[in-house]
Design a protein around this ligand. Sequence first.
Ligand SMILES: *Cc1c(COP(=O)(O)O)cnc(C)c1O
Length: 366
Amino acid sequence: MTVKAREVLNNMKAYPLNKSIEEVQAELGFEKAYKLAENENIFGCSPKIKANLSTHLNELFTYPDGHARQLTSKLAQFHQLHFHSIFIGNGSDEIIRLLCRAFICNDDEAVMADVTFPRYKTNVLIEGGKPIIVPLQNGVHDLSSMLRAITSKTKLVFICNPNNPTGTIINKQQLLEFIDQVPNDCLVVLDEAYYEYADNEQLLQSVPLLHKYPNLVILRTFSKAYGLAALRIGYGMMSPIYVDELTKVKDVFNVNQLGQIAASLALEDQQFINDCVTKNKTGKEYLEKELTVLNYDFYPSQANFIMIHTKRRGDYAANSLLKHGFIVRAGTLLGLPYTIRVTISSMEDNIHFINTFKNLAAEGEV
Ligand SMILES: *Cc1c(COP(=O)(O)O)cnc(C)c1O
């Protein structure tokens, strides 16, 4: 006899993590493996952070600031928002969980796209809610269907913009009209994890809308363009009323101190972000051009990854690439069976990737 976990966990699987660089190197005997699976910033983080963090190593015995006051006030200033409109999380992943914790129970509904970031669905299910899934249209959120899916039971609607895993963004006028039409008793959770990479002419500028739409929640992270995934810092911008609710359900010391310090410093170095965004754009254009030559289709990406339509199943294609030291995400796991998602890397690695992909394409292996 074993102790039974909650029923909802019966049909649930843990998030499928990719193999690590070390595993691939050890199992396949590569000197170097390329991890293009988690959309990390290959260029690292601002060089100003490293030296500063080492001066804080004598403080590891103290608990972090449970309110992350310094980082909160830096972010408030950066976004021209009130201090109480910012909530810092242990990654934006935690904030997704806390939003579900605070707002979802007993068959409450949450509307989201299929395919999108899988953490929305998982956390809604864990809290006993009902995910209402609306298929993408050509890789883009189908906002009119999502709007129609909202009922009096809907507490949250998740919009991932740019969308992970497709990299697509939503037409800004359409998104604005959508936000305008969502009833006030339903939160619009706009996950902008890849905000920095998107063309800011084309992407809806959401932060100024917070003043007009009290049910708008914007999520950003330091894990992607800021290159601090290891330190787990994300943040939400929302009405102070909702910050208060999230604060009630969070762990007391949810955000580690080195992360708080690093994120504050990272925010000050916007030149680093601009450089990374420029390099990413060059890399993306290169990959798009080469894939077109090879006759492979892809979703138009506004992020630091690209989702490629493969001729073999995504898991097969991913495995072919793995044999050559490239760890990519198979869309098969995510619900897009004939795709792989590849993180855009340094130019050297992008070229190496394309050369490998080209050879595998010639052999019918991707
Ligand atoms: C990576 C990612 C996150 C999570 O980022 P963390 O801040 O590292 O938890 C959230 N949303 C999307 C869409 C992501 O791709």
